[in-house]
Design a binder for this molecule. Structure first.
Ligand code: NAP
Ligand code: BGC
Ligand code: ZN
Length: 356
């Protein structure tokens, strides 16, 4: 069957021929519909993040998947059910994190990530998965089911951030999303659909006209250009914000988030920066501010089945135009390379293997 992969000696994504997988005990066979592409895929392709499965010279890409159960193989799933797979799997049999349903909290060495780190991804005509890692998606969302995984990333980050403020009467009404990439904009739309936030900001580094800034405008958010208003200036130019969601992968933003926050605020850090960049920060000032103003920062990676289920509900609450504007291209195998374009007209893309 066809799959899209990179190899150790050539990191350009291309179509390779791999055997169609057979489901093992407890696994179902899934026919792939669509696979999304995000910043992490670009980092994997560039060799900045993740790695090849042990002993293999290729890595099948893709971790944002939606498909249809082709062979339930005795699991509780039904043939024809639309599903989205979670990303992490245990490397050597089960471990406590997976047994608890919390693979997203597993430390390095206790997981592999399909399509990213140590395990083949879903960018192929078929894939297999343990049934308990396949989350049902309503038929009406089949075309957009590749957005369940990224939306689940935000559901987890929000859960961690709100939990960090759960011991007192926290009533956030302003939020700043750092990054106008696909994750940042999807998150801005998800925040807009919640009741919590009256003012929303989104930070980028682009000139108008730009399709990502159009989405910010259409959501009623305020676009912040980081070249004119760096993150620490947001409180003076706009307002101190209760919640920051960092999705740039720009390492300075992790620390500058502290300065953008209002007292009692919380910042969720999602970006995965390139390793090795060293820079100075005003350490004691930031430390004082975190302590004396009860601020919090939480790092968040990956997501579990509960977050996928919450993500399905969150996507259903978004207006249709958000998807029309965010998904700038869905490409069949013949044109799959365009799904990896990274220009300023591209927001979110997917590769389509089949239709429902
Ligand atoms: P992306 O498409 O590369 O988006 C990053 C955005 O940040 C881009 O639009 C970029 O602007 C903007 N940006 C970068 N540096 C900036 C700066 N200094 N000032 C203003 N804007 C800046 O990636 P993505 O898919 O949205 O993902 C965002 C980040 O989250 C990535 O680092 C990714 O690895 C990470 N991620 C983490 C998780 C997790 O589980 N923690 C899950 C998914 C993704 P330009 O386009 O103009 O360059
Ligand atoms: C994926 C997560 C993964 C993270 C780190 C993200 O793009 O959506 O599932 O845990 O990258 O590899
Ligand atoms: Zn991702």
């Amino acid at each position: 069957m066809d799959a899209i992969a990179v190899t150790r000696d050539d990191r350009t994504p291309r179509v390779v021929d791999v055997p169609r997988p057979d489901p093992g005990p407890g696994e179902a066979l899934v026919r792939t519909l669509r696979i999304g592409v995000d910043g992490t895929d670009h980092e994997v392709i560039a060799g900045d993040h993740g790695g090849f499965p042990e002993g293999d010279d290729h890595l099948v890409l893709g971790h944002e998947a939606v498909g249809v159960v082709e062979d339930p193989n005795g699991t509780g799933l039904k043939a024809g059910q639309v599903v989205a797979p979670t990303v992490r799997r245990p490397p050597n049999g089960n471990n406590e994190y997976f047994r608890r349903g919390e693979p997203d909290m597993a430390p390095g060495g206790e997981y592999v990530e399909r399509g990213i780190d140590g395990a083949h991804g879903f960018m192929a005509e078929y894939f297999t998965s343990p049934a308990d890692h396949l989350v049902p998606v309503p038929d009406a969302l089949a075309d957009l089911g590749f957005l369940v995984e990224p939306a689940s990333i935000t559901e987890k980050a929000l859960e961690l951030a709100f939990a960090a403020r759960s011991s007192f009467g926290w009533t956030p009404d302003s939020a700043l999303v750092l990054g106008n990439g696909s994750l940042g904009l999807l998150t801005l739309a998800m925040l807009d659909a919640r009741d919590d936030f009256e003012s929303l900001y989104c930070l980028g580094r682009r000139d108008r006209p730009d399709p990502t800034i159009d989405v910010v405008d259409r959501l009623g958010g305020t676009y912040v250009d980081s070249r004119e208003t760096p993150v620490p200036d947001v409180p003076a130019v706009h307002e101190p914000v209760d919640f920051v969601y960092e999705a740039t992968g720009h390492a300075k933003h992790a620390f500058e988030t502290i300065e953008a926050l209002a007292p009692n605020g919380v910042g969720a850090l999602l970006g995965v920066p390139e390793a090795g960049w060293e820079f100075e920060v005003a350490g004691s000032d930031l430390h004082r501010e975190l302590v004396l103003e009860n601020k919090a920062l939480v790092g968040s990676v990956n997501s579990n089945v509960d977050h996928f289920e919450a993500a399905v509900d969150a996507l259903r609450a978004l207006p249709e135009w958000v998807f029309d504007d965010l998904v700038t291209g869905v490409y069949e195998l013949e044109a799959f390379r365009r799904a990896f374009d990274d220009d300023e007209t591209t927001i979110k893309t997917a590769v389509q293997f089949d239709t429902q």
